[in-house]
Design a protein around this ligand. Structure first.
Ligand SMILES: Cc1cc2nc3c(=O)[nH]c(=O)nc-3n(C[C@H](O)[C@H](O)[C@H](O)COP(=O)(O)OP(=O)(O)OC[C@H]3O[C@@H](n4cnc5c(N)ncnc54)[C@H](O)[C@@H]3O)c2cc1C
Length: 456
């Protein structure tokens, strides 16, 4: 493999990002004759598919996170550094942390994606769900909403506190909506004295025609029916045009409508991590429309073949005119492939071209329903939920022997409890301020702009 510069002995592989892609690459390199440095701005790996459980009080952050140091402690050729990479110099083959530069022979960039608000400043008003910190912020807002509703004497304002709007009907939005509905209409039902939590409205707004657009349309419709059975209002083909105070404005065809809600959550879009721009500027990497890095068949850059980009950050053709989706199995398989590519290259051993093995898509809807789309096999309902559960628990066990998660799940399954319903952010005023221009306007449900105007 001619591109391996092999400056140092042993060959130094630097991996940026300890998510699914970076971690699987590091694990695969554990026994290779290389030195590995894995850098992440956090000291733990997060199992993102279960973030919605943390956001709704079903699991605690530690249940779905594992210290990177512990996960890689057996790999004696590997060091873990906590820090944020702010620059990459492909000519000098260095990455820059705040106080340090690190040289590499091969670089794997696996820094994933962040939220995308399409140029709007809605992040504060409608937090997304990507990190543990996001999940804790959502948990804080959700449980503050119920607490505030409990002590709110004005019925209209109480209704606002009990209205939850989710923007984005992909897997994260669907899972969050289902869990919120079960929380409000099941778990919390007996816990409050002044409010009936089952009156809470959970409204899911989705811009495409179907929720879960990556699934076959009959599974999307089944998922929608399951959500509606749980009490979620699903609105498809709608485009959110404004979020101000607790007023969400959206367009559906020619009509503009508004919903008042104290809790607005965002799962509608993702954009590439800022390191993609750095690679574009410094390494002449080409980016696609969402800012992902367009890579060569072996995940490297054409100008710098010792720089690899994998996982959510990579734009990799799927062979059918699209690109591989931003899901965990893609990142894991790419991480393993690049690790093998580097190892085999150093040993002059051949390697078969990358081929993605598609295990399908899974999304859970509430406590015991899911949809599974493997192309050749499509499942929905309880059996699909069982498949979902098995795969997620298997992964968690494989990683960190998280037996406790299994026990907790079993417990909450039978008792309907959610034990992590804590509001823990210290010193924060448990109210989200009203904006002046909306303070006196209190409406019921969904109104057209004209109706809103006539009530003013
Ligand atoms: C809410 C949610 C639910 C999901 N559900 C599913 C699901 O059910 N099934 C599924 O297959 N996929 C799911 N996904 C997608 C899946 O989690 C991602 O595809 C996967 O995490 C991508 O892996 P990655 O390694 O590319 O990036 P990530 O796992 O996002 O890891 C990126 C890492 O890079 C680190 N990092 C970022 N920038 C820097 C920097 N400058 N310096 C140092 N470190 C940095 C971050 O701290 C992070 O640890 C879900 C994602 C979310 C957000």
């Amino acid at each position: 493999m001619s591109h391996q510069l092999n400056h140092s002995t042993p060959h130094h592989v630097v991996i940026i990002g300890g998510g699914f892609g970076g971690l699987y690459a590091a694990q695969k390199l554990g026994k290779a004759p290389v030195k590995v440095t894995l850098i992440d701005k956090r000291n733990f790996h997060v199992f993102q598919p279960l973030l919605y459980q943390v956001a709704t009080g079903g699991l605690s952050p530690a249940d779905i996170s594992s210290p990177l140091r512990a996960l890689l402690s057996k790999n004696k050729n590997t060091e873990v550094l906590m820090g944020e990479v702010t620059a990459i110099d492909p000519e000098r083959q260095t990455v820059k942390l705040r106080y340090r530069e690190i040289e590499y022979d091969s670089l794997i960039v696996a820094t994933g994606v962040t939220h995308q608000y399409f140029g709007n400043d809605w992040e504060e008003k409608a937090p997304g769900l990507k990190t543990i910190e996001n999940a804790l912020e959502i948990r804080r807002r959700v449980f503050i909403a119920f607490e505030s509703a409990e002590k709110e004497p004005n019925p209209e304002r109480r209704k606002d506190w009990l209205t939850f709007v989710l923007v984005g009907g992909g897997p994260a939005g669907v899972e969050l909506a289902g869990a919120l509905a079960e929380l409000a209409h099941g778990t919390l039902k007996e816990d409050f004295r002044n409010i009936d939590t089952s009156e809470a409205k959970i409204i899911l707004l989705q811009s495409p025609k179907h929720i879960l657009p990556a699934y076959s349309s009959h599974l999307s419709l089944e998922a929608q029916a399951s959500l509606e059975k749980l009490g979620v209002t699903v609105k498809t083909g709608v485009r959110v045009t404004d979020i101000r105070g607790q007023l969400v404005t959206y367009r559906q065809g020619e009509t503009i409508e508004q919903i008042r809600a104290r809790t607005i959550l965002w799962t509608a879009g993702m954009k590439a991590s800022p390191l993609a721009n750095i690679l574009a500027e410094r390494a002449e990497a080409k980016l696609d429309k969402s800012g992902k890095v367009m890579v060569e068949p072996d995940f490297n850059l054409s100008k710098y073949p010792n720089i690899f980009v994998i996982g959510d950050l990579a734009h990799y053709p799927d062979g059918e005119g699209g690109i591989l989706p931003g899901i965990a199995p893609v990142a894991m398989q790419e991480g393993e492939y690049v690790a093998r590519f580097i190892r085999n290259g150093l040993q002059n051993r051949p390697l078969k071209p990358f081929q993605y093995t598609d295990w399908g898509n899974l999304a859970v809807i509430g406590k015991h329903k899911a949809v599974v789309d493997m192309g050749w096999l499509q499942l929905s309902g309880f059996f699909a939920w069982f498949v979902w559960l098995f795969i997620h628990v298997f992964y968690l066990l494989e990683f960190d022997n998280k037996l406790i998660v299994m026990i907790q799940w079993a417990w909450s399954y039978f008792t309907k409890s959610k034990g992590a319903r804590l509001i823990t952010t210290p010193g924060q005023d448990p109210t989200i301020q009203l904006e002046d221009d909306h303070e006196t306007v209190v409406y019921e449900g969904l109104l057209s702009i004209e109706e809103v105007a006539s009530r003013r």
